[in-house]
Design a protein around this ligand. Structure first.
Ligand code: HDE
Length: 663
């Protein structure tokens, strides 16, 4: 694999201790790592035991604070390649020519859960990308949902306190289905649009590989002539989009809490490199007031039908980390890490973010030198008069650490814009100091309604179920009622059905949604579904009579990932059976092919459960002969005989038109 500049740089920090002698951190060779130095065989440990003290002290200090949000995550290295010379819209050098390649590091995350929480909870996903450009670090710190709960950063601690486990008993972990979260929503109606996305299938992605990413905030592109555009960023997964169903997501949280982390890791190891296209929506400064929403409002999208996407390039994730802590845990993102050609707007959420990210690294990474950690280091050299601080690694030589100076010819010197110096976009700003928000931010329901009317029936049904589930977990009836009334502003039927499901009154008379005539079909996941079989993971049930050879080659040709399952582990001919009905579970696969029966009634029962769960979650089921699966399923959608039929059914995605499935 290609050694990009960042990977080359990281090499010098890697240590392989295989076959090496054991030493203390000071390099002293250790003769005995099993026993403390004690006064006699049964006596106390001596304080002079420097080896014990060093080892124990280091262990005692191993933990750093987890991220206050996005604590649970996983990351990978990759490369970004620009499709073209985009200098007409931005002078960013990494976008300046077709084929220009820039190393990247991407961290995906959930938001609410602790570092050890399950991957498949209902939550927003973080999608943070660090570009190691020739002009310095550029971070695109996005989410998989294009809008946010709040409009002003000053409310961020509130929404996060509300969604995190409740303070009196620290329950529930990584869940929004509890009183404080929904109490916040009922009293902060600007979150209505975000809630619609949060209750949709977007919040339970099948994998990080099949998920979109969004910059959310409105940024600015500036070209060499100083011309600016408002810009929204999008990542589009080349595989298309896919989600879990809720029953499945909850079960996976127990069967494999590392489901998304494992999926990303395994696919990169297998050479199934995830790819995402970077796209932007652009608006000229004179278009700032052309819309019925405010371009600076982070609770609004720019409908793709009105503002089309331009493709800028493609990112490929092609290398796993060597060490989770050193890379994934210590990586420090910041939306304020920009390069010339990328600038900010007055989006009030973005403005607050520009303060928060550096601030949080100071406590999390222990001081101001986190930019020196290998994963955070720029691949271009950096020079300034900043000095010292905890853990400083750079040995700055010379006597001068101030500007201006005469002793060092006034260097490091400032760089004019034409030589690559960063110059802020000179936006005219004029106003009174006030704590207030523009009236143009006040419409909270039009886009929530637009989202609702843009979805398919199945997607809408999932929102009804998700809202019923979430509110069904809320103990305070008044909060349930307030939310029902609030969402009558989006759809009266939605609110009424949910009210029936959760035992509260239908929404008050007189609350009606805004009259939205134009949907935005692009918000539906069905517009970019993950079709085809490539990288889909299937369970294939076999015994020693099964045609494993043929199955393996047929599925391999389709670039599917196959796991053979039988009653016992071991080998059948040349094939290693790595999974049994006890080590595997149907929720962990995209489809099931059955080519075996079992005499043992217990094993047969386990196989039946496998088929049932696969059916319940609308996934493709194939079988060699009809008697191999329950007769009730044979004529159901997404169930078929023979390998070819199964491949076609798997390629279509989920089969939501089943008679009695759940999910
Ligand atoms: Fe963040 N966010 N955020 N956020 N955010 C953090 O920074 C913050 C917001 C996002 O994988 C923290 O290094 C404020 C929107 C991602 O390391 C912290 C506000 C979006 C990640 C922080 C927001 C994001 C973070 C915690 C409201 C989508 C994980 C740890 C104004 C565009 C990055 C850290 C990683 C992390 C603050 C809202 C994305 C505390 C104040 C909107 C993907 O600085």
């Amino acid at each position: 694999m290609e050694e990009n500049k960042k990977l080359q740089q990281l090499k010098q920090y890697k240590v392989n201790d295989n076959e090496q002698p054991m030493t203390t951190n000071q390099g002293l060779k250790i003769t005995d790592d099993e026993h403390s130095l004690t006064a006699g065989l049964r006596g106390p440990t001596l304080i002079e035991d420097f080896h014990f003290r060093e080892k124990m002290t280091h262990f005692d200090h191993e933990r750093i604070p987890e991220r206050v949000v996005h604590a649970r995550g996983t990351a990978a290295h990759g490369i970004f390649e620009s499709y073209d010379n985009h200098s007409a819209i931005t002078k960013a050098d990494f976008l300046s020519e077709a084929g220009k390649r820039t190393p990247v590091f991407v961290r995906f995350s959930t938001v609410a859960g602790s570092r050890g929480s399950a991957d498949t909870v209902r939550d927003v996903r973080g999608f943070a990308t660090k570009f190691y450009t020739d002009e310095g670090i550029y971070d695109l710190v996005g989410n998989n949902i294009p809008v946010f709960f709040i409009q002003d950063a000053i409310k961020f601690p509130d929404v996060i306190h509300a969604v995190k486990p409740e303070p009196h008993n620290e329950i529930p972990q990584a869940q929004s289905a509890h009183d404080t979260f929904w109490d916040f929503i009922a009293h902060n109606q600007e979150s209505a649009h975000m809630i619609m996305w949060h209750l949709s299938d977007r919040a339970i992605p099948r994998s990080y590989r099949t998920m979109e990413g969004f910059g959310v905030n409105t940024f600015r592109f500036v070209n060499a002539q100083g011309e600016a555009h408002f810009v929204k960023f999008h990542w589009k997964p080349v595989l298309g989009m896919a989600s879990l169903v809720w029953d499945e997501a909850q079960k996976i949280a127990g069967k494999d809490p590392d489901f998304h982390r494992r999926d990303l890791y395994d696919n990169i190891e297998a050479g199934n490199y995830p790819e995402y296209e970077l796209c932007v929506q652009l608006l000229k400064p004179e278009q700032e007031h052309d819309f019925d929403f405010d371009l600076l409002d982070p609770t609004k999208i720019w409908p793709e039908e009105q503002v089309p996407l331009h493709k800028l390039g493609k990112m490929t994730l092609n290398r796993n980390v060597d060490n989770f802590f050193a890379e994934t845990e210590q990586v420090a993102f910041h939306p304020g890490h920009v390069v010339p050609g990328i600038d900010f707007t007055n989006d009030p959420l973005l403005q607050g973010r520009l303060f928060s990210y550096t601030d949080t690294q100071l406590i999390r990474l222990g001081g101001p030198n986190f930019h020196e950690l290998p994963i955070n280091r720029s691949v271009c050299p950096f020079f300034n008069n900043q000095r010292d601080g905890y853990g400083r690694q750079t040995i700055n030589v010379g006597r001068v650490s101030y500007h201006k100076n005469g002793m060092q010819n006034n260097t490091p010197h400032e760089v004019p814009e034409e030589d690559g110096g960063y110059r802020h976009y000179e936006e005219k700003v004029d106003g009174h100091k006030i704590r207030a928000r523009s009236e143009s931010f006040n419409d909270h329901f039009t886009q929530a309604r637009m989202f609702w009317i843009s979805l398919t029936d199945v997607e809408r049904e999932h929102i009804v179920k998700a809202m019923s589930f979430e509110l069904g977990k809320v103990e305070t009836l008044a909060i349930r009622q307030q939310i029902v009334d609030m969402f009558a502003n989006v759809c009266r039927d939605l609110a009424t059905t949910v009210a029936q499901n959760i035992g509260v009154e239908p929404p008050q008379e007189g609350i009606e949604p805004p009259d939205v005539k134009t949907p935005s079909p692009a918000v539906s996941m069905e517009q970019r579904p993950a079709k085809g079989t490539a990288t889909k993971k299937v369970a294939v049930v076999v015994n020693d009579k099964s045609a494993i050879e043929e199955l393996a080659s047929a599925f391999d040709e389709q670039h599917m990932t196959v796991e053979f399952i039988s009653s016992k582990q071991g080998f059948i001919r040349d094939f290693e059976i790595k999974q049994t009905f006890d080590t595997a579970h149907p929720v962990l696969y995209d489809g099931l092919y059955v080519d075996a029966t079992f005499d043992c009634p217990v094993t047969s029962r386990k196989l039946q459960t496998f088929v049932d769960d696969t059916y319940n979650h609308y996934k493709a089921i194939g079988y060699h002969e009809a008697p191999l699966i329950d007769a009730q399923y044979v004529n159901e959608p997404g169930v078929g005989q023979g390998v070819q039929t199964f491949i076609e059914l798997l390629a279509e995605g989920r089969h939501f038109d089943r008679t009695f499935a759940i999910g």
